[in-house]
Write a protein that binds this ligand. Structure first.
Ligand SMILES: Cc1ncc(COP(=O)(O)O)c(C=O)c1O
Length: 402
């Protein structure tokens, strides 16, 4: 199938090189750029070859629900960037989390998770996993002692996002990986906010990484997709699950994400520098309460974030002193920022988490998680930062009169 097919596996190479080269097996046509292989199935030279492929005796594609070369390029490139052995692409970020849970856990096994997570993840864990006999032990923050205290011999996964959505709280990944290890469980990190460009959970001891590729991996708000990254054994198990359950990634989306990975490092640098400038400005703006952004010195885990992440990332949130009406008024008055729930886009997005992305959480859970009605989340894009600040300044002034 391949002529020149150097597969860059990550050994000794820098991320900039892996981002543009890793994982691509060139076909006999010798194409330079990665093509999109839109085919549902693959032909075999003979009945014997078909049998050998289906039995697993011979490697090679069979059917695009579980083997597609374009999807595999994305999987190998993402795994290389995460410095992990393997990855499996899924139809969405939520499909990645659902596949990990349903494809590996048995009735009676348990997950420890923090309430401060993306709303749909909380919903999956609270309302669906228990139906299959998988219980979740909830913790409020990231105190490793608290996590250790709720672990039992049935605990299989410790699950977290860092930084969290939308409060940007930062977990000590290395310490929580130790907690997981000590009870023979695995630490799963949703690395959607930082991406491997800013944080590599595996290098801190995490065992599994989840991605919503929809966010920064695409980076331009075009496609929905996700991935689980982990050991060869885990990915093999999930491949078998995915073959039966079916939430696979389309080749077109995989191609978009593969091309997204090429510019990930460059984009994340700009997202971070823009977000840092906006967060610093908001801190001294009248009408604004606390600002949550990991690379601000006022952030409670600033020191940890500085060790663990190479920069703060593109997401920040802040409270309006005028409460929900001021928050909604700001959102209604911005001209550049888009009112949309997605994040990780080249265009800045603005959201009121309590009534949108986290609206399905119970009011109690939201309060426990610290997501107030006064909170606004900004996913800072790649526009010129002065234009963003002018846009926000004007909208705040019109809304609250200061
Ligand atoms: C942190 C985080 N994880 C997971 C997801 C789910 O990803 P998807 O929308 O691709 O299913 C999101 C979506 O916003 C998210 O913000």
């Amino acid at each position: 199938m391949t002529s020149d097919h150097k597969v860059f596996d990550g050994t000794g190479l820098h991320d900039d090189t892996l981002a543009v080269r890793a994982g691509f097996k060139r076909s006999d046509f010798g194409e330079h750029a990665e093509p999109i292989m839109t085919t549902s199935s693959y032909v075999f030279a003979s009945a014997a070859e078909a049998a050998a492929r289906f039995s697993g005796e011979q490697e090679g594609p069979i059917y695009s629900r579980f083997t597609n070369p374009t999807v595999q390029t994305f999987e190998r490139r993402l795994a290389a960037l995460e410095a992990m052995p393997a990855a499996i692409a899924t139809a969405s970020g939520m499909a990645a989390t659902a596949a990990l849970m349903l494809g590996t856990l048995r009735q009676g096994q348990r997950v420890v998770a923090t309430r401060n997570m993306f709303g749909s993840t909380v919903n999956l864990f609270r309302n669906f996993l228990p139906r299959y006999g998988i219980e979740v032990d909830w913790v409020d923050g990231f105190d490793p002692d608290e996590w250790a205290a709720v672990c039992t011999s049935d605990t299989r996964f410790l699950f977290l996002e860092s930084p969290t959505n939308p409060l940007t709280e930062v977990a000590d990944i290395a310490r929580l990986a130790d907690v997981a290890q000590s009870v023979d469980a695995e630490l799963v990190v949703d690395n959607c906010f930082c991406t491997p460009a800013l944080q590599k959970p595996a290098e801190l001891g995490a065992h599994v990484v989840i991605h919503s590729a929809t966010k920064y991996l695409d980076g331009q708000g075009r496609c929905v997709g996700g991935a689980v990254v982990g050991s060869e054994a885990l990915i093999e198990q999930l491949t078998s699950f995915m073959r039966s359950a079916g939430p696979c990634m389309s080749p077109f989306n995989a191609w978009v994400f593969t091309k997204g990975l090429e510019t990930l490092g460059l984009r994340m640098d700009r997202h971070s520098s823009n977000a840092h400038a906006v967060a610093s400005w908001l801190q001294s703006r009248a009408g604004i309460g606390h600002v949550n952004y990991p690379s601000l010195e006022s952030h409670p885990q600033h020191a940890l974030a500085s060790r663990q992440q190479s920069s703060g990332g593109g997401i920040l949130s802040f409270a309006l002193t005028g409460g929900k009406s001021a928050a909604w008024s700001l959102i209604d008055r911005v001209r550049i920022c888009s009112i949309t729930g997605n994040l990780g886009d080249s265009r800045t997005t603005i959201t009121h988490p309590a009534s949108t992305t986290h609206g399905r959480m119970t009011a109690e859970d939201r309060a426990a998680a610290g997501i107030g009605d006064d909170l606004v989340r900004l996913a800072v894009g790649l526009e010129h930062v002065d234009d963003l600040i002018t846009d926000l300044d004007r909208a705040i002034s019109l809304g609250v009169g200061v």
